[in-house]
Ligand binder design. Sequence first.
Ligand code: PMP
Length: 286
Amino acid sequence: MSAIFLNGELVPRERAVVSVYDHGLLYGDGVFEGLRFYGGKVFKLREHLDRLEESARHIHLVIPSTMDALARDVEACVKASGMADGYVRLVVTRGVGNLGLDPRSCPRPQVIIIADAISLYPAEMYEKGMEIVTASTIRNHPNALSPRVKSLNYLNNIMAKLEAARAGVPEAIMLNHIGEVAECTADNIFVVERGRLRTPPRSAGILAGITRATVIDLARQASVPFAEETLTRHDIFAASEMFLTGTGAEIIPVTKVDGRPIGDGSPGPVTRLLRGKYHELVRSVA
Ligand code: PMP
């Protein structure tokens, strides 16, 4: 079952609708988060709310609720769904305004919380690894809307996702404006090169993923050598292992990029170790 909260109230699915004058729809003006819950508990709720608040601040959007009240609503929504494991989409739009761009015509931002089932990549992909390609669409320039903002405007990433679909694969690497590896369309990137775990720094123009931060913590705890370092496609082709991280995907191995096998073409030991630790962690807090 799903549950939907609209501006703090539980509403049935048929009544969970927004106005055609909402600037979230008209202009992609708003911010969002994707969260997971395991055993009825929302994983890293505080971190997601912090990032939502940062994104909102960046776009001058005042969320009409305290973060504590929002946390309670997210938890209430999960409870109302009756599900033990699932996904939460938390959206704050600029709200209803007139047809002009100016957000000052929108007096009240709209808060939407949806708790629903999660659609994962097929289990086989976690076992055998995923094949991906490099997109020609680059990640948003950091001096345009910063990729740190998790905004409702994902069109650039959707263009890269379409490139992946055209190539018959589920994801695509997006480079930044100077040709360095940034991230995938909805996941962060890690590689293992000569036993060292590496991921692009935030300055590469990426979303600061919460799963990324969790994986970095887990690697440190497990004494896996780790560095945030600029990566190029060369580093990817030279890597012995590669995986992607995201709230929805968790940790998913990548075993082929642009037709080249990564390492021996199967998920490697560091990826397996971290996947095991991640699952232990999400189950331990549930
Ligand atoms: N990068 C982008 C562009 C994303 O949209 C996401 C979220 N799906 C991620 C990375 C991963 O972030 P998180 O681990 O916080 O889900």
